[in-house]
Design a protein around this ligand. Structure first.
Ligand SMILES: [Zn+2]
Length: 239
């Protein structure tokens, strides 16, 4: 076994950790979550508006209902008085009839407004139930999304603990200066999280560059714990 084989094992664990973290970070649910939350705020605001509108219309309808009842009582009272046996002259009789006529007209117009309001309330009610079902759907979806994120985060967290434990054991057998060179390269962009590569058939296993044979002989002659890096990608080469 190559002296530096454990470095490649450390790298496998590190890459597995990257993959696990990416899996969590790139979850489509993370994009869906704020979108659903934003939609819910809008739904709840439309719902609150509709509920407030219904309350206003109901209050108005109630008021008109009372006015209708009052007008009916007024008509009734005037009628009782008109025919109570008290004698009335012609002018009084005409005035009575005209007044009753006006009250009847008022009653009709109030009743029409009341009907309109009842229809408007019905329309608001249907908007309310639409928004309520949208809200319920949205919340069910939100719950699912939060559960998926939580589940994956849990899995990733235990996976990372497992990987860290394994890494700690293996990394002990890698000389510190090689490990830190590996970590420096690994942290660089465009390295795919890989700071080490196998040197095989005269090629760097990372960037695939073919090393000149003189360079190869020099590298192979170096002591095992010597830091050898690919001249092109700077990865620590494992002979
Ligand atoms: Zn290379």
């Amino acid at each position: 076994m190559s002296f530096l084989a454990p470095l490649l094992e450390v790298q496998d664990l590190d890459v597995a950790g990257d993959t696990a973290r990416t899996r969590s970070a790139k979850l489509p649910e993370r994009v869906a979550l704020p979108k659903l939350e934003g939609e819910l705020v809008e739904i709840e605001s439309r719902l609150a508006t509709a509920i407030a509108e219904r309350a206003l219309k109901q209050a108005e309808e109630e008021q008109i209902d009372q006015q209708v009842a009052q007008v009916a009582r007024d008509i009734e009272t005037a009628e009782v008085e008109r025919y109570s046996g008290k004698r009335k002259n012609q002018d009084e009789a005409t005035a009575h009839d005209e007044s009753q006529q006006r009250l009847h007209e008022k009653q009709t117009s109030l009743e029409e407004r009341e009907m309109e309001l009842l229809e408007e309330i019905e329309a608001v009610e249907s908007r309310i139930s639409e928004q309520e079902s949208s809200s319920a759907l949205n919340q069910a979806e939100l719950k699912k999304v939060v559960e998926v994120i939580g589940k994956v985060e849990g899995e990733v967290a235990s996976e990372l603990v497992r990987l860290a434990d394994a890494r700690e054991k293996i990394a002990k057998s890698v000389p510190t200066h090689l490990l830190s060179a590996y970590e420096r390269v690994r942290a660089q962009p465009q390295k795919g999280g890989r700071g080490a590569a196998m040197l095989a058939d005269g090629r760097c296993g990372g960037c695939r560059i073919k090393l000149p044979s003189l360079e190869m002989s020099r590298m192979l002659a170096e002591p095992e714990e010597a830091l050898i890096q690919c001249p092109q990608c700077r990865r620590v080469l494992v002979r």
